[in-house]
Ligand binder design. Structure first.
Ligand code: ATP
Ligand code: MG
Length: 584
């Protein structure tokens, strides 16, 4: 496919990109320099995420600056300055201390995007306890599994969530000592009132010594390929959050940043909370779910300058056929980023036309804790490419040969995407699964489980998850390539592609396709889409079968679950579906 690189000019920008010369920054980069841009706890007491994100601003000139603006579903709004965030998170840290919750003990939060989630997350980090977010739409069983595995000592949730999901689980969770409800005015039996605890606690708190290797956050993966894993992250991860906030998100003083990811997933914490605060900018949080009109209004009314979202949301906007920049004033918007799934080239260029800006794809995982490969503000965007490795990150394409690992030096060769371990936000383990953790490392590399290739200029191109690769007539086909070609067809809104066992050709490429409004499924349309794909991809790679499906199975974080499409196609067991959208 012939997608032209998108060149950019900054002549109309009020600021200069933080990373102007990629090669030079990459060559001269050192984590020690980044560390120096942070503050550290006074008197050499260590490095704590909440201090870097909140207290250092609250104790300086940004004290009264708007740190967090919360937009309620019903139109209410709550604003928190850096000083407010400091006082409120201190109160929660004191409340934890009063309850006897100690360092490295687990504080789970089960709530939608409400202010209490962010305040308790920051307070938990201050107490050097471990913050564990749970996605608010999980049903009782996925909640139980995660809280049991994580040995939850404290749970913060709402009355409704408690009654619907937790009350019956409590006896099965022997470690759970305290349940704090955000909307309970007085303590009741075995339930504590969070507002009351907060009101009684002091707004002053001294963060205890925090080793950079102290555990900070426990994040569960999205479960796209199987049972979700609990990835352990430490306070030192703040170096990556800050560095990527600087070089990828390109945050500058005065920025208004909005990350649409839910804090139940890693993006919603690393970038929906930590990175923007670490840069002392204003962070927007919207309680409501995706709604095209609401989102465009937020971009306009809040004067968002940097926006971080996901392919699934972009494809939903595309499907509506709207051109937001014609109806809304988006002149403040400077940069748009996307993560979570491959971003089809069609979506990148749609951004250019409909939003007035290209969409910058970047790649990372729950395990990496922060962005590892990205399209940078100052670099040309190559539609369909994830971009180039961050300074301080060594990425390579490797082949596994007889148990060892060979780095592929030639460009454009497919292989495993691997990272050199040692970056600060690297996960330190999968909770209670040392064996699985060890299996991720081979020959001195972290093997990501994704396949990719690198072009001659060092741009990485996603091919697919190792589990999703299709072997057909001697070819290795990545679903992303096929899905992207299908998306160029005028009728196709989304596509999920799998390999279906076939006695003659190994696997047959099968596509599940959802249609844009105004198109009806028909045999004719199927043939038209297959013909279109053949022209783009050649007959070896193009799908041989198409099935229309307006409800492609997705994770709650918006990823197409190809393993489920495949299991359903083949009549196999569906495996863990705790993260399936719409399941309860
Ligand atoms: P599980 O590991 O439980 O199957 P998951 O891998 O989807 O779930 P996450 O850690 O949330 O859980 O997602 C990381 C994965 O998402 C990456 O390994 C990659 O497959 C995919 N991904 C993320 N960003 C991109 C991107 N920009 N392009 C292509 N794929 C991406
Ligand atoms: Mg994964």
């Amino acid at each position: 496919m012939d997608w032209k690189p998108i060149k950019k000019s900054f002549s109309n920008w009020a600021v200069q990109p933080n990373l102007l010369d990629y090669e030079q920054t990459y060559q001269t980069f050192s984590w020690t320099d980044i560390w120096r841009e942070l503050d550290e706890l006074p008197e050499g007491r260590g490095l704590n995420i909440a201090h870097e994100a909140v207290d250092r601003h609250a104790d300086g000139p940004r004290r009264d600056q708007l740190a967090l603006r919360w937009l309620g579903r019903d139109g209410t709004r709550r604003d928190f300055s850096y000083a407010d965030l400091k006082a409120q998170s201190n109160r929660f840290a004191n409340a934890l201390r009063a309850l006897g919750v100690r360092r490295s003990e687990r504080v789970f939060v089960l709530a939608g995007r409400i202010p209490e989630l962010y305040l308790t997350a920051l307070g938990t980090l201050k107490n050097v306890s471990v913050f564990c977010p749970l996605f608010s739409a999980f049903g009782p069983e996925p909640i139980y599994q995660r809280m049991h595995l994580g040995e939850a000592k404290v749970l913060v949730t709402t009355r409704r969530q408690y009654q619907q999901k937790i009350a019956d689980l409590r006896k099965r969770l022997p470690h759970l000592q305290h349940v704090l409800l955000t909307d309970l005015p007085e303590h009741e039996a075995d339930l504590l009132s969070l507002p009351k605890l907060m009101a009684q606690a002091s707004p002053d708190f001294t963060i205890p010594p925090t080793d950079p290797e102290d555990m900070a956050v426990l994040h569960f993966t999205s479960g796209t390929t199987g049972m979700p894993k609990g990835a352990i992250h430490v306070h030192k991860a703040i170096l990556t959050h800050y560095m990527t906030g600087k070089y990828v998100l390109d945050l500058h003083p005065g920025d208004i940043f909005w990350c649409t990811a839910d804090p139940g997933w890693v993006t919603g914490i690393s970038y929906g909370m930590i990175a923007p605060l670490a840069h002392g900018v204003t962070n927007i949080i919207d309680e409501a779910d995706f709604d095209a009109e609401r989102w465009c209004k937020i971009l306009q009314e809040q004067k968002v300058t940097v926006w971080y979202t996901a392919p699934t949301a972009i494809r939903r906007l595309m499907r509506l056929g709207i051109e937001p920049r014609k109806e809304y004033d988006l002149r403040h918007l400077r940069l748009i980023h996307s993560v979570g799934e491959p971003l089809n080239p069609e979506a990148v260029t749609w951004g250019l036309q409909a939003l007035g800006l290209p969409i910058h794809d970047n790649w990372w995982q729950t395990e990496t804790g922060g962005i590892m490969i990205a399209n940078f503000a100052a670099m040309e965007v190559r539609p369909g490419s994830m971009g180039r490795p961050l300074p301080g990150i060594e990425a390579a394409i490797v082949h596994k040969v007889n148990g060892s690992v060979e780095v592929v030096e030639e460009p454009c060769v497919e292989g495993d995407l691997a990272l050199k371990p040692g970056w600060p936000s690297m996960f330190r383990g999968y909770l209670n699964d040392e064996e699985r953790y060890q299996k991720c490392f081979k020959g001195g590399w972290y093997i990501t489980g994704d396949l990719a290739r690198r072009d001659a200029d060092g741009y990485f191109w996603f091919i697919g998850r190792a589990d999703d690769i299709i072997k057909t007539s001697g070819h290795m086909v990545g679903p992303f390539e096929v899905e992207s070609a299908l998306l160029e067809h005028r009728a196709v809104a989304e596509a999920g592609v799998i390999g279906k066992p076939d006695p003659l050709i190994g696997e047959l490429v099968k596509a599940f396709v959802s249609l844009k409004p105004g198109f009806e499924p028909s045999e004719e349309l199927k043939l038209d889409i297959i013909g279109f794909a053949r022209q783009k991809l050649g007959s070896a790679v193009a799908p041989k079968e198409i099935e229309f499906n307006q409800n492609l199975p997705k994770t709650r974080s918006g990823k197409i679950m190809r393993r489920l499409l495949k299991a359903r196609e083949l009549g196999l067991a569906e495996g863990d579906v705790s993260t399936l959208e719409g399941s309860e």
